[in-house]
Design a binder for this molecule. Structure first.
Ligand code: SF4
Length: 361
């Protein structure tokens, strides 16, 4: 199981554990400086992922899931900026097992976004599958051009070899008639084919970490199942780490080893998938789970929507940011200070005053 170490309780064997990690995120803060004020999209996000594991990041829209991935990839658009925190990438030879030695520790947050080294990492070792390929792909270039561009940028091959590799990767993601598809434009493909092409583009350089941002949201359920099967197969083949960003808890249950639940730019609970689904601790996680149907639910059972709405990102809420919506709200406690991180199980952390009086930032 992926290990979870809260930032307030650093593991004594951190050096040994770091050997198995592929990514460590510590206290990441990303703000957007706009004319309306400062939107604090990330307010101290910390987690770590061992190589070859799959982690889900869940939460409602606006909780910071996508900004977390964009911050790690150093793709935060202006006026956004990482103002604090550190992201460490542990580089190993491509496709190596988790036991393979780390060849280099790279502080991604210290790097110049446009430096050759960062561009060499982005798309090559860190790749992203975006939510809606139609808006993420360039409509004026063929599918082949777009996949070959990544191959030519990161691998020392000529155009003929890049085209061959593009066809091979399209075959690998189950694209029918790959040789014909590379000559077509994004608008000429169905939604499922476009998403397969997007996955092919992300996988073209066998990344160590693959961020999948709502990769199946725009797809029908049959295509969704095919794409999820495909991602599972690919992960086994290339030993990639996958970070699934989704609001779909069903996808998390099927695909992930661990889950981080985010609310207003913070991780409020993190544990194994089993702990999250069978023993949720944070009231927000409980509310998320109550708002979806479960196997065995009676058709007359009513789903429980989460009270209220996600607050305006420019507003500042005193105390626990979830307190205006929380069913377990403790007056004069929850509205006074930010709860700290509490370890409630071997690999289970939660940020809530129900489990300790610890105060955090
Ligand atoms: Fe609810 Fe209080 Fe826990 Fe926040 S700290 S989630 S308001 S019980």
């Amino acid at each position: 199981m992926a290990e979870i170490v809260p930032d307030t309780k650093m593991n004594a064997n951190a050096a040994a554990d770091d050997e198995k990690l592929v990514l460590k995120v510590r206290d990441l803060h990303t703000y957007f400086f706009t004319d309306l004020g400062v939107s604090k999209a990330l307010n101290g996000v910390s987690f770590e992922i061992p190589q070859g594991k799959t982690m889900g990041i869940v939460g409602e829209s606006g909780c910071g899931k996508s900004v977390t991935a964009l911050s790690i990839m150093r793709l935060v658009p202006r006026p956004g900026k990482i103002v604090k925190g550190k992201v460490t990438l542990y580089r190993r030879p491509k496709g190596a097992s988790s036991n393979s030695s780390v060849v280099e520790e790279v502080d991604l947050t210290a790097m110049d976004v446009m430096s050759a080294k960062m561009r060499g990492i982005r798309g090559n070792e860190l790749a992203m599958i975006f939510q809606e390929p139609m808006t993420s792909m360039n409509p004026s270039y063929t599918i082949g051009d777009q996949i070959e561009e990544a191959i030519l940028l990161h691998q020392k091959v000529d155009h003929t070899e890049a085209e061959k590799r593009a066809i091979t990767i399209l075959d690998r993601v189950g694209m029918a008639n790959s040789k014909g598809v590379i000559k077509r434009y994004p608008h000429e493909l169905s939604g499922g084919m476009r998403q397969r092409a997007m996955i092919a583009m992300a996988l073209s350089c066998t990344p160590s970490v693959l961020f999948a941002d709502e990769p199946t949201t725009a797809l029908d359920v049959t295509t969704e199942a095919q794409i999820l099967d495909l991602m599972r197969e690919i992960q086994q083949q290339i030993n990639s780490t996958i970070v699934f960003i989704t609001h779909n808890l069903g996808v998390v249950a099927q695909m992930c080893d661990t889950v981080a639940v985010m609310y207003l730019g913070r991780v409020v609970e993190q544990s194994s998938v089993d702990d999250t689904f069978y023993s949720p601790k944070h009231p927000y996680t409980m509310a998320l789970l109550s708002s979806i149907p479960h196997a065995g639910s009676h058709k007359k059972d009513r789903l429980q929507p989460i009270r209220g709405v996600v607050p305006d990102p420019y507003s500042s809420i005193k105390g626990c940011p979830f307190h205006p919506r929380c069913n377990y709200f403790k007056p004069k406690v929850c509205d006074q200070a930010m709860p700290g991180i509490t370890q409630v199980g071997p690999n289970h952390i939660v940020r809530c005053f129900l489990y300790s009086d610890a105060v955090g930032e």
